[in-house]
Unconditional design. Structure first.
Length: 67
């Protein structure tokens, strides 16, 4: 699984997983999406699926990064 992720950090907890990447440059959202796509491809190849997903977005000083 972790071989599918090139730019983000993956944390595994029992039956949960957390993928995160700080967005500090214009290229970072693309890198995060690439890692998410890699994780989905891995799950498809392993004949697994994700039951739930959630997005948490945090910003410093009320400055939000455009998507």
């Amino acid at each position: 699984m972790q071989d599918s992720i090139a730019h983000s950090t993956l944390k595994l907890y029992a039956d949960d997983s957390l993928l995160f990447n700080p967005i500090n440059s214009p290229d970072d959202p693309t890198k995060l999406q690439s890692d998410l796509d890699g994780l989905v491809d891995w799950a498809d190849n392993a004949q697994m699926k994700f039951n739930k997903s959630a997005v948490a977005r945090f910003a410093r000083n009320n400055i939000l990064v455009a998507q």
